[in-house]
Write a protein that binds this ligand. Structure first.
Ligand SMILES: *Cc1c(COP(=O)(O)O)cnc(C)c1O
Length: 371
């Protein structure tokens, strides 16, 4: 699915040197690379503040704590996403209000917001799933109308650019009150362990995020709020500083792979290629097709036998997961999310994919349907 080894080989001397420097300095916690990486990422994304933390799940949790979401309040979240988005809502004693997604872009369905909004709702978490932005213009206007905070889950879409109708451009994660991201190794900007960050343009909120991520202290041993311990390792920051320099090139490679898949399955009767949202660029964290005609599992097994790995992101929508049925949703409540879970298949996509590798994948998929 991803080839982190070849990518590492391409930047090995730079990375090894950076790691060696951290080892020699022994500044493993909050070393200078952490601050430098945060500044470089702020410069790259255009966010006023970047606050590093331990992982993308913590980033979501700290964001909700800093926005003072109180237990019992409700947060709107798509039913088709990675579990982390919903997990932190539940952990903080909040209630997830699930909404459906769009069948072509996989993003939160803007029309569904009006159906679930109620006085208890305090926030919306759009997830920029698979690498392109949700309809942020609509979501931000809706949030303003109902006085809701927007937290953008940007774990899969770092570097994607959204264009507003007035022509203004913003990067994923920099439009809502807080944006969150993950540096898990397989993410588009991945380190060699766990890592995450939060983005905000609000200086006061940035300070609050920083304090919560550091045990609720501004000054060591003086705790003004209840916090958590969530840090980005210096080693990971040093690696990320190098990988950030290559991020645009990586996104371009992913787009080339996606374009070739698009072409290959243009008129294929059984493979529906992912639609690109009109107002967002795509960084293709995943290239996810929909397999029509209930053949997904057979296709997946067939590809596995022929040496082509694929993944199902995600097999079960969150409202039907055992841990989250307690919120009272049932089968049929979010038909698009439920149907996608039966059809989606993510194909291998990575930054070092060779054309002949991809040709083999495409030909093997086509041969399955010719059987
Ligand atoms: C990966 C991911 C996260 C969580 O990131 P971690 O660093 O693994 O905690 C959250 N949301 C989405 C959509 C993700 O893909």
């Amino acid at each position: 699915m991803v080839d982190l080894r070849t990518q590492y080989d391409c930047i090995k001397s730079e990375v090894d040197h950076a790691i060696q420097q951290v080892l020699s300095s022994t500044a493993f916690i909050n070393g200078p690379d952490v601050k430098q990486f945060a500044e470089e990422l702020a410069h790259y994304t255009g966010a006023n503040h970047v606050i590093p933390c331990a992982n993308g799940t913590d980033a979501l949790q700290i964001a909700m704590m800093a926005l003072d979401f109180e237990p019992g309040a409700e947060v709107i979240v798509p039913a088709f996403t990675y579990v982390a988005t919903v997990e932190v809502i539940s952990l903080l004693g909040l209630r997830p209000r699930f909404v459906d997604v769009l069948s072509d872009t996989f993003e939160l369905d803007p029309e569904s917001l009006e159906k679930v909004v109620n006085p208890k709702v305090v926030g919306i978490v759009p997830v920029h799933l698979f690498g392109q932005c949700s309809n942020m213009e609509f979501i931000l206007n809706f949030a303003q109308k109902y006085d809701l905070k927007v937290i953008e889950d940007t774990a899969q879409a770092i570097g994607a650019v959204y264009t507003f109708s007035d022509g203004r451009k913003s990067q994923a994660g920099t439009m809502g009150a807080v944006g969150t991201t993950s540096f898990f190794p397989s993410k588009n900007l991945g380190c060699y362990g766990d890592g995450g960050a939060m983005f905000t343009n609000d200086s006061e909120l940035a300070e609050k995020l920083r304090i919560i991520a550091n045990h609720g202290q501004r000054k060591k041993y003086y705790h003004e709020s209840i916090g958590v311990n969530s840090r980005l390792d210096t080693l990971q920051a040093a690696i990320l500083r190098i990988k950030l320099k290559h991020l645009d090139k990586y996104s371009a490679s992913r787009n080339e792979v996606a374009d070739r898949y698009d072409q290959a399955f243009l008129d294929h009767p059984n493979i529906k290629t992912p639609k690109r949202a009109a107002n967002s660029t795509h960084v293709f964290h995943q290239y996810t097709v929909q397999v029509e005609g209930y053949a997904r599992e057979e296709l997946k097994n067939y590809l596995q036998e022929k040496g082509v790995p694929t993944m199902v992101y995600y097999p079960v929508p969150l409202h039907l997961q055992q841990a989250y049925v307690q919120y009272g949703n049932q089968e049929g409540d979010f038909p698009v999310a439920e149907s996608l879970c039966k059809k989606v298949l993510s194909l291998p996509i990575h930054t070092e994919m060779e054309k002949d590798q991809q040709d083999y994948i495409i030909e093997t998929i086509k041969s399955f349907f010719r059987q």
